[in-house]
Design a binder for this molecule. Structure first.
Ligand code: NDP
Ligand code: 8X3
Length: 256
């Protein structure tokens, strides 16, 4: 059990999957949580559950990371109880479709770039200056195996996650000489609502992604995030590339 007593942890995309698991894991460690997502009712319910279960503080925050001014307004208006963020988990993200990029709607292509790249930049730019001022903090980006490899049907999603990897590397250099840490946790297949979103709500098709194999769970990824955040202050984990045992490369998945 790691001790995050009284630390402030800000999770984007806390309403589902990896973000939700991160919220639970850090709450178990005693952290206070800012739970951001567009689906407010979900983060409200999660906040109530975590407060009741772990006796921590939790702040549900309606936030669309693609809305630059809304992100800055939300971060700037955090009260003194909440505005000293110790750990920012940039998790909000999505893939849309598996068609060839030139056969995918431009709205879907832009949706991935807006959320996965610009959304992450918005939140990071809003939160990082106060970390630099306090000379402490940790930004943990949820990248992807898709930031290491490109696979057919994932051109723009993979491009967005390659960009996250570059942002992760560059941000560490931007913060060189400060005590603010930057890490990326880059999973392969994780069973969440990710594929349901990718296939526009078609959960039967989403199930086929994980058929006959044992994917990572969102809790597995949250474990890695917690591990990065719990290293001693002089240790910065740059990136963690993790896949389930059944996955050996982007498209190399062992199925029974
Ligand atoms: P889910 O679909 O379960 O969760 C995605 C989360 O992102 C939701 O909480 C959603 O909240 C939030 N989100 C999406 N768009 C926005 C937005 N515009 N503003 C704010 N929040 C947003 O998927 P995962 O948990 O799997 O995905 C989390 C991250 O993990 C993503 O960055 C994804 O790319 C990455 N990842 C996922 C893998 C997988 O196989 N599942 C593997 C590797 C990386 P809401 O809709 O309420 O706003
Ligand atoms: C999500 C994992 O393999 O579907 O980032 O791209 S994958």
């Amino acid at each position: 059990m790691y001790n995050f007593n009284d630390r402030i942890v800000f999770v984007t995309g806390a309403s589902s999957g990896i973000g939700r698991s991160c919220a639970v894991a850090f709450a178990r460690g005693g952290a206070h949580l800012i739970l951001a997502a567009r689906r407010m009712e979900r983060v409200e319910t999660l906040a109530s559950e975590l407060i009741a279960e772990y006796g921590i503080r939790a702040l549900p925050l309606r936030m669309d990371v693609t809305d630059r001014s809304a992100v800055f307004e939300a971060v700037d208006s955090l009260s003194s109880e909440w505005n000293e963020v110790d750990v920012l988990i940039n998790n909000a993200g999505k893939a849309l479709g598996v068609s060839k990029s030139y056969e995918t709607s431009i709205e879907h292509l832009e949706g991935m770039l807006e959320t996965n790249i610009k959304g992450l930049i918005h939140v990071t730019s809003a939160v990082t200056p106060a970390m630099v001022e306090r000379n402490r903090g940790h930004i943990i980006n949820i990248g992807s195996a898709a930031g290491h490899w490109v696979y057919p049907g994932g051109t723009v999603y993979c491009a967005s996650k390659h960009a996250v990897r570059a942002l992760n590397e560059g941000l560490k250099m931007d913060l060189h000489g400060t005590n603010v840490r930057v890490s990326s946790v880059d999973p392969g297949l994780v069973e969440t609502e990710f594929s349901i979103v990718r296939f526009d709500g078609d959960s039967e098709r989403a199930d086929t992604v994980y058929a006959g194999m044992t994917p990572l769970t969102p809790d597995d990824v949250a474990d890695a995030v917690l591990w990065c955040a719990s290293r001693p202050p002089h240790v910065n984990i740059s990136e963690v590339l993790m896949m389930c045992t059944d996955q050996s490369h982007a498209t190399m998945v062992h199925r029974q």
